[in-house]
Each structure stands twice: as C-alpha cells, then as structure tokens.
Design a protein around this ligand. Sequence first.
Ligand code: ACM
Length: 720
Amino acid sequence: MPGGLEASLSPQAAATASAASTLSGTVDHSGTQRLSLMPLPRTTSVRQGVLRMERDFRFHVECAPNDQVLWSGVNRALQWVKNTTGLPLAQEVATAESTTPNGIFSIRVQKPATMIMGTDESSSLTVTPTSIVLNAPATIGVLRGLATFRQLVDRENGIYYLPAVSISDSPRYPWRGLMIDVARHFVHIDSIKRNIDAMEMVKLNVLHLHLSDNEGFRVESRVFPKLQLDGSEGQYYTQDAIRDLSAYAGARGILVVPEFDMPSHSISWLAGYPELSSSPGPFRPGNPPNVTIRPGMSQQEIMAETQALKIPAFDPTRETTYAFIDRFVEEMAELFPGHYFHIGADENNGAVWRANPKIVAYMKEHNLPDTHALQTYFVACVQAIVKKHGKQAVAWEEAYAAGQTQDLILQVWSPFARTDLAQTPMTDGNKLLVSRGFYLDTFLPAHVCYLGDALPRESGYGQDQAVLGGETAMWSELEDQWNMESRIWPRAGAVAERLWSPADVQNVEDMYRRLFRLGFMLDHASVNNLVDYDRHIRRFAGPLPVGPVRTLLDVLSPVKGYRRLAGLMQRPANERNSLAPLDEVADVVMVDSATKYDFRWALADYLRTRSAASEGKLRNLLMLWANNDALLQPYFAQSKELQEVSEHSRNLSDLANAALQFLNALSKDDSPEANQKAALEAALKVAKSVHGETEIAVVPEIEDLFLGKLEPEPKTYPLV
Ligand code: ACM
C-alpha cells in the first residue's frame, strides 16, 4: 500500500472509526462477495473486513492549494457520502483548512492537472477497516479514483460501509467519449449536465456534442447570428451556457468536443445563409429528402437510392464558403476551450454537387475525378482552418482519402463496412476513434455494444497506437428531452467499461448485474434514467394506478436495429421533425429490461438446481404476467399509446399461463403432457410478433424454459 494512512491515524481515531456505529446490525464480509464496480478496475483485491461509514468520516487531502478541480471532486464525493448514507457528517465541506491529518479518507496527489487528452488518469485506492487511501500522480486520477470510491459505498443491514479492497487502476484507452446529438432533438443544458455527472461516474472523459445538422443549429453565434435565429426554432445554447457547460465538464475531468457537421448534414446553416449552398434555396431546418423503403428492398437497393438523394450541402468551390467557415471556426475555437474540433464530413453523397454545372466544371478544371475527391479537397481546407485556430480536427470516417489524409482523427462508425482497424490504411499517420458497434440508437442490448465493437482484439494493455479510443453515440431522431437519459443510461456504462477496462473483461452476465446496479446509482445521482420511464408510465396510466402499466412495460423493448428509424422516415414531415412528440410505448420502454434478467437468472438457477427459491421466483413473475391483461383492460380505453400494445398484453398473459402449466408439470413429475407442450409452443409463436414497434423481451427465456436449456443470448442482431 502506498503512503500508509494507518500510521498517521491516531489510535483514538481508528477506534472511533470502527466502533461508533449508530446501528446495531452487522455486515458479514468475509472478503468473498462480488463488487459492483463499472468499469471494472485493472486489478482489484478484495480483503477481509469492511470500513463502516460513520459521522466522523472526513477527508484529508494533500495537494496544491489551488487545485480547484481536485477540491471540487472531493466535495462532490463528500456530498455523495452525505446523500447516500444520510449521515450528518462532521466535515461539511472539504477545504485546505478543514482537512486534518486524522481524516479517514486520505488523498495524495503529486501534481495538479486539468483534463487534456492522454493525461495520467491512474490511481491506487486502498480501503482497510480503518482507513481509505487514494494516491494518484495527477488530479484526474483522483477524480477517477473517487468515482470508484462512490461506487464502493454499499449497504447491508442498514449499515453503510466500504468493503476492504486494494485497487490499482488505469484506463485501456485515453479517449473515452459519449456523443450526444442535440441537433435532431434539442436537449436542455441541465440534461447535458446530468449526462456529464453520469459520465464522471463511469470515467468517460469526452463529451462530443453534435451541435448542428439538417434539423437544427444549436449554438449561438454572434458573428453569424442567423445560424441560430433561422436554424434552431429558438432551441439553442447561448455562449454563456456553453462556457458554463465547459467549466462544469472540466471540473469533472471531461473535455467537450464540439461538432459542426459540414459539408452535408447542414440544412440548418443554409436557412440563414443560403449563399453557402451548392443548390438553390430557400431552406428551412428539417429532415432532408429520404428513401421510401418498400417491402423487400435489399440493403444494397436502399444504399443505391440513398446515394442519389439530392441533399443540400455547402458549395466547396467558392472562396466565400471558406471565408465564412474561417470566421465561424475562429469564434467557436475561442468559445470551446478544448483542443479538438469535429468537422463532421459524414454521409455526403455528392448528388447536389453532380447536379450543379458550375461545380462539375470546377472539378474538371482542378482534376478532381469524383465528388469524393472534391469532398477531400473541402476537408483539407477546413482542416487547415481548424489548425490555424489552434485546434486538432476530428472527422467521421468518410473524410479519409487514401494517401492524402494526414493528421486527422478519424471516427470510425459505419456498421456496413467491416474492416480490421489494425490494418486499415486510415491509420496511416492518422489516429482513430472507434464508434462502430457503440451506437446506442440502434436499440441493441447492452451486451451487443459490449462484445461487438471494432477495437483491436489483443487483450490487456499496449493497444495499437493508432487507436486513441472510442465513443458511444446517441443519435436523436428517436430521442428527445424526455427519453434521452433513459436511452443513454445505464447502457453507456457498458461501453465505458469496454474502453476503460482490460480487453479480456468479457463476462456478460456479470456486466448486466453491475449495469443494473449502476442504473440505480445514477438515479440516486439525479440522472433521469429511471425518472424518464416513470414519468411516461404515469402519463399512460392517467388517473389509474401505475402498477399494471409498469408490469407490461417492464418486459417490452423497442424493436432492434434501424427498423424504427426506417418507419419514422416514412411518416409525414410534421410527424418526424424536431418538435414532434416521441410519446409512444416504443419511445419509453427500456432497451435492456431488468425484469428479463431477473427472470433469466432465476431460470438459469432453476434449470441447474431445481431449487424451490428459483422456482418460486419464476412462478411469481409468471403469475404477475398471467393476471395482468385483465387488470389492464380499463387502461386501453383511455390511452391510445397503450392500445397499440394491447396485443402484447394479451399474448404475454397467454404465454405466462401456458408457461405456468408447463412449470407445474415439470415440478410435479418432470414431464409436461403433450398438450401442455403444444400450448406453450403455440403461445411462444404468437408472442414473437411485433406490436407498436416493441417486442416482448422475455420470449427467449420462456422458450429456454420450454427447451429445458438456457441458450446464450445472440451476440448481435440484424440492423435492417
Ligand atoms: C454517422 O452516423 N452518420 C456518423
């Protein structure tokens, strides 16, 4: 153990720390129980015993007196202890004056540091029954260690405690991000702050804000005010709000990376400044034209039609376009203090360029053989502007051009172009960020993101130097202020773990166990991941009790992949713009159903042991579902949203009834009758259907009960 706080603790203080409990219960801690940390640390040794949290809990901090980031982190941890334990702690705030050498929690940091990419984030944390010691070479490591500390606080028999552990920790990758699209649907700044709080808890360190797209321009520009005035429907962040947000993130060791998407995904810019466009205006922010997906269309056909869509884009041939971008980047480079500036550059199909004779002539004149070459020219010009203003450019993978792209950070995302990143030519002098496999808007269960990423596969540390890390991404066609936090959290924790923890951390069941606990911790930290869901349930229930609605919705999940997005694209424009409500059951229900896993784990235990406890648990859930459809009948009459899933309600009850008969026969004599088998088989078939763009999440488990064998979950699902 580094340091040695025990040595500096007076015997009296040590005795007080372990003895002055206000509760008489005990914590059974033999050093064998499982911790619930997410992300898992690099190494953890669980020791014998616990440290009880008592009123005399107090920090002792050794650091530079002006290390503001450190003090703010310590005080957040102090407040967390107070809010979690309810203990009226003797130490109200942690300051250089209030720390005393006999503080139970001793923090030592060698040098002050703010968050810059690649900074030392390592730490060591040791908890004994009488002390906690957190050592780190630099401030950001203390923040990461404090996140571990907060997650270690646990309760048993009414007593709050920390297990005795010794943890040595450092990240696998330096860049661990969350991208939030605030363009398609605007998200209030308070919600962004709550996301930052959650990011701090799981040690994510980059908040990438997708600030402009066709549907909205979300930052105040004082140089070009028509950007927000004509491009945002009044929903944008003021410059003061951005400064406040950057400071809020900085205090939590998180960098803000702004993205302004160019040359495509840019209709909102063109609304106020149509002279930037390569096709005639006028423009209004909103969805671009889209492919009408017909039944049976192949992915290739969809892609081909997508390539032909005339989606407005910047004119890359005019000097005035670059003069505009130069002044804009200058303003934004000052507003956002971080070193990185994302220029988008994704999904530009070049169709509007090919349709403009002046642009075609320009390409000929400059020997640019195709629109990708023209886009490469555009990207190089914008990259130079970004560099001139002191920043490093980041762009989506489409910005890459073989042999030409240099010194660009490329963000790999497309699920349709699987290449081995370790061998991709993009690494040629460029750094990579991985988002492929980490998209949260595909409604895939957390374990798919957890296992299906495109990171280099070697285990342990010392990864391919080209890969800086990755980002999970929340695109917001189907997410808004009222469901965004429940769509991101706790799922993003699984990606945070993939980017922080050693590559061989792969146990899905243990990941889910920790993920659902993380969800409760985030709720406790005032993130709206559970509140979003509860609020919608109350809305669906209206004046009636929420119980039956919750029972059904707890086991529904949105259909997986891009099926919902494809459906959205077919709706009339006024039903899919930024202001159209996202208020259906599919917008609300969790991608990862906790109840599904309760059932799954009970089933695993039952199939292995036939224990009465696991059978009881299965039976209770099945009975709850079997009885629920009758209870829900009055709700359907007053909620059109619930009406859309009424067939699920009936199917779930039928399925649960058939499964109960089956389970009864199993527990009696191990051999259900042929008619019981047939009934369950038929109910399973019906229950697999999709209604209201949702599906019943427990169907695979009930099928496993039928088969008498727990199948592993699919590692992935089709996206289209
Ligand atoms: C992207 O998803 N178009 C980067």
